[in-house]
Design a protein around this ligand. Structure first.
Ligand code: GLA
Length: 705
């Protein structure tokens, strides 16, 4: 028998969440939206949002609520599915106990027939991000295999009728797709052992008028399953969780399994949503963020030298880097064992005497003497079949006994569930970090997990936990070392890895036009300071596109800036332009990395614009990627400014060479125009953006004058 309905209310700074618990029946979402008055009557809110039964429906229409299962005629997506041996076990979880304290709720549910206990926890954290997690405990007498346990089941409020999801491939990550949720919804999943280039575990739900948006994400670096289904009643359910294929999770009596967390946030528009996620990352996720110093300008050796490196070339590169104003010199792939190409030596983490006959230290000394610190590339999770490690321990990789071991990029994956493997990797990297002054590791992952299995069976889930354990152990031993998560670019970007890392490598494509799109997509969720964004060579080795240094450098400033090209092959003019932009980046990085990011809209689809605001200052980037239809492109309108404040607006130099001849009143832009926030927001400023590959920086300074 159902008990009296009780309401659990959570309030953030800007949002309210209300959940109804009908004891013995179900728990359901009543409200998710802007913060409600403290006196809102929750009972009335609940009842006024319920629908009656229609023809050809169960007599009591099913409520999926916060734990949808296939029961009472509910045919929607499920958040839990379990087996006893080969047999699927039906469940019927009923809420038994609950608690809430205004920021956090916990609901305990029980399935009487199996003795399974489920736990749902939601809490509002910094940035009004709601962190959701589920757990399952086996209080029965037989082992139970868990095929599905979502972190979050979110009954989608009816106003949200569109979804923004991402597709992508290597060097073309995070392609945004917006579509009506429609009568069927969508499924998004990864089965490669990581979230993948398509950023599929990030998504948004919007209403057609664009005045409400929900962002949701699974904080997990392994495979995921996301399902959004809508039914004939018009209800939609979003279910997000780790992929648990293959019976990897089996709960013996007394055991408990807890999922990784999912987070979701509600905001009135995409800029506000981004700002919530950024705050959440800065205050809750990124390790020790408050203590981070300025994000140093990198120079990475990969696009400059690839495997063609020796001490003299690295020394020359370090000289060029220092001359540009670079602050961190990163030695990428090719420095260890016999690694002269990508077919060999992963796993043998010893400095190559062919490349560096005197070891790493003289190079590090040289780099430091020029005012830079030193970073190193590693790919610890992998092994090359042509390596001493593999020859000594052929059983240390993920594999299925008796089946062919197929490679990707000529490499296999080490089995991080084995203590011996994890200890070996810890010992090797710990030795490197202990013996040399290494400030930063670029931690790469260039192969999908197939098969995600070892002698005990499926191991994909445990492999990701093994990665976390290894990273945690290394971080504890070397807390000052910064780590970047790279997976052939942005193949593993999630809040699980970012709670252990300082930045992500957004893409292997440094083509600045592609980067504008990719960084804008990542910046929907991640603050600029964690998005590695480098100036690449021209022509770009992946796309073949030629772009001016001015354009490449301006685009790279909006992120954690670096150089991924050989300054030795640049013209004097290019080096001068790059040096100037690196200096500009340094003078603006407190604004870029400590501020709030505003996504500026522009009617020309070729124009991409962002504005970062901190304290009294703001810096915008307005970049045109294609030929505009008219000479005079619509003014760039700011947003996020105080309408009643006044701002001095200047255009920081260097200016784009071709476009500057179409700028009216050059001198006035050097002195700056003082305009109200209202004028800047409503009318905006006229910039020459008719030509492709033109980028302008716009500086704002709040003034009393
Ligand atoms: C991956 C990374 C690149 C580079 C190479 C080195 O592709 O994404 O940035 O480090 O590996 O092999």
């Amino acid at each position: 028998m159902a008990g009296e309905t009780e309401y659990l209310r959570l309030d953030g700074d800007t949002i309210t969440v209300v959940v109804a618990v009908v004891p013995g029946e179900y728990a359901d979402l009543v409200y998710l939206g802007p913060k409600l008055d403290a006196h809102e009557q929750l009972h009335a809110l609940h009842r006024s949002g319920l629908y009656g039964a229609h023809e050809s429906q169960p007599d009591s229409p099913p409520v999926g609520g916060l734990l949808p299962e296939p029961k009472h005629g509910d045919a929607g997506p499920v958040a839990v599915a379990v087996r006893d041996g080969a047999q699927r076990v039906p469940t019927d979880f009923r809420p038994m106990r609950h608690e809430a304290d205004g920021r956090k709720l916990a609901i305990a549910l029980e399935d009487a027939a199996t003795g399974l206990q489920a736990q749902i926890e939601w809490s509002i954290e910094a940035g009004d991000a709601v962190r959701a997690q589920m757990a399952l405990a086996n209080d029965g007498d037989v082992p139970i295999a868990v095929d599905r346990l979502a972190a979050l089941a979110l009954p989608v409020p009816r106003r949200f009728d569109e979804a923004i999801t991402y597709a992508g491939r290597w060097a073309a990550e995070m392609q945004e797709h917006r579509a009506a949720i429609g009568p069927r919804g969508f499924v998004s999943r990864s089965r490669r052992g990581k979230p993948g280039f398509d950023g599929g575990n990030w998504l948004m739900l919007c209403d057609g008028n664009d005045d409400a948006v929900i962002g949701a994400h699974l904080c997990w670096s392994g495979d995921y399953d996301t399902v959004l289904e809508s039914d004939a009643d018009g209800r939609a359910m979003l279910v997000i969780g780790p992929a648990l294929e293959g019976g990897e999770i089996v709960l013996t009596p007394g055991e408990r399994f807890e999922t990784q967390a999912a987070v979701f946030a509600y905001a009135e528009d995409r800029t506000a949503l981004g700002q919530l996620f950024h705050r959440h990352l800065r205050e809750e996720v990124l390790p020790g963020r408050a203590g981070w110093g300025p994000r140093k300008v990198h120079l990475n050796s990969w696009e400059a030298l690839a495997f063609d490196m020796d001490e003299a070339k690295l020394i020359a590169l370090a000289d060029d880097a220092a001359d540009l104003g670079v602050e961190r010199f990163v030695l990428d792939d090719g420095w260890f064992a016999g690694r002269r190409n990508d077919r060999t030596s992963l796993g043998d983490w010893e400095v190559s005497r062919d490349v560096l006959p005197n070891g790493l230290d003289p190079l590090i000394d040289y780099v430091e003497a020029r005012g830079m610190d030193f970073g190193l590339w590693v790919e610890p999770e992998m092994v090359s079949p042509d390596s001493d490690l593999y020859r000594a321990h052929p059983d240390w990789c993920l594999h299925e006994e008796g089946r062919e071991r197929r490679t990707q990029r000529h490499q296999l994956v080490l089995d991080l569930t084995r203590a011996a493997v994890s200890d070996y990797l810890f010992e090797r990297i710990d030795a490197l970090l202990g013996a040399h002054r290494i400030a930063y590791l670029k931690w790469d992952h260039n192969r999908d997990l197939f098969p995600a299995a070892n002698a005990d069976g499926p191991a994909g889930y445990a492999q990701t936990l093994g990665l976390y354990r290894l990273l945690d152990r290394l971080r504890a031993a070397h807390p000052a070392v910064e780590i970047e998560s790279c997976a052939s670019g942005g193949g593993r970007v999630d809040l699980g890895i970012l709670s252990r890392c300082n930045r992500i490598w957004a893409s292997d494509s440094n083509d600045a036009i592609e980067r504008l799109r990719i960084v804008r997509s990542w910046a929907q969720f991640l603050p600029l300071e964690v998005i590695g964004n480098h100036v690449g060579p021209s022509p770009n080795p992946i796309t073949g596109r030629r772009l001016s240094m001015d354009f490449r450098a301006k685009v790279a400033m909006f992120g954690h800036m670096g150089v991924e090209a050989d300054p030795g092959s640049m013209t004097d003019g290019e080096r001068k332009a790059l040096r100037a932009h690196i200096a500009l980046y340094k003078s603006w990085r407190d604004v870029l990395h400590g501020g709030v990011l505003v996504r500026l809209d522009h009617p020309d689809q070729g124009v991409s614009a962002l504005l970062s605001l901190a304290g009294n200052r703001g810096l915008a980037l307005a970049a045109q990627t294609r030929v505009a239809a008219t000479y005079d492109v619509a003014p760039v309108r700011m947003a996020g400014l105080d309408p009643d404040a006044r701002y001095r607006v200047t255009l920081p130099e260097p200016w784009p060479r071709k476009a500057m001849r179409y700028l009216a009143n050059h001198e006035s832009w050097r002195e700056g125009h003082v305009l109200s926030g209202r004028a800047l927001v409503e009318r905006g400023i006229a910039l020459p953006l008719a030509h492709p590959e033109t980028a302008w920086l716009v500086a704002l300074e709040r003034t009393d004058g």
